[in-house]
Design a binder for this molecule. Structure first.
Ligand code: HPA
Length: 242
């Protein structure tokens, strides 16, 4: 029997859908549940990490916050995959752009997540393991974005342990390798999914550009957020039959 409830999630077995959307921010979890799901029910509120399950296009879908950074995403995604039987996790977050090809409001699908974190060391692989998205989720989300005519880029992100990094030159090497932008959770999510034999994808909107001043109005921010959430929810609905 799975050890539920866990130290971090008070939900009962079966409280989560097969697919869980994970924004970083608990208030965003509440926003998604209240504005995009039908009949959302609060299934977890330990530490205010709000988790809800409702339906979308008739399919049970959950949303729960990951918190910020890889230790936090690591804990919640581990427990969802391994103790609650969750099959798919879709991170819906923000990314700071490194690539000059990206603009604020763009949507990025993280095919891979490079990292400066030691999170992968626990798995004992000799050499560098490549944290990657599930291809089926990635392809489904990319197709949905294309059908909707959205600006969407697929590629590598950097999952960083630091938001305020003392080394101001650290990004140059990642840019040389074509890394599109920086966020803080995808690598832990991907590694946990890979280890558990489950599926994960990170979908981000570009919230800021690290090398170009680009403003994002509250309306723009809301619209790109809505687009990202709808891609994630349509992907979740499609996964119900897979
Ligand atoms: N760094 C890390 N994570 C982020 C950033 C950033 O600059 N912007 C949005 N998420």
């Amino acid at each position: 029997m799975f050890p539920t409830p866990t130290p971090h999630i008070s939900a009962k077995p079966g409280d989560f859908g097969k697919t869980v959307l994970m924004p970083g921010d608990p208030l965003r979890s509440k926003f998604i549940a209240e504005n995009f799901l039908e009949n959302p029910v609060l299934v977890n509120n330990v530490r205010g990490v709000q988790g809800y399950t409702g339906t979308y296009k008739g399919v049970p879908v959950s949303v729960m916050a990951s918190g910020m950074g890889m230790p936090s995403m690591g804990i919640y995604s581990y427990e969802l995959f391994n103790f609650y039987g969750v099959e798919n996790i879709l991170r819906v977050g923000s990314v700071g752009a490194l690539s000059e090809k990206l603009h604020v409001r763009d949507i990025v699908l993280a095919q891979g997540a490079c990292t400066n974190s030691a999170y992968a060391a626990q798995f004992g692989c000799r050499g560098a393991i490549a944290p990657i998205a599930d291809y089926g989720l990635l392809r489904t989300a990319a197709d949905i974005a294309e059908e909707r005519g959205l600006r969407c880029t697929v590629g590598n992100l950097l999952s960083s342990d630091t938001f305020y990094d003392d080394d101001k030159t650290a990004n140059a090497a990642w840019i040389k390798m074509g890394v599109l932008g920086i966020e803080m959770e995808a690598a832990a999510l991907y590694l946990n999914a890979m280890r558990a034999g489950k599926k994960a994808l990170t979908i981000c909107t570009v919230s800021d550009h690290l090398y170009r001043p680009e403003a994002l109005s509250p309306e723009d921010r809301q619209e790109s957020l809505t687009q990202m959430i709808e891609i994630a929810l349509d992907t979740a609905a499609k996964m119900a039959s897979k």
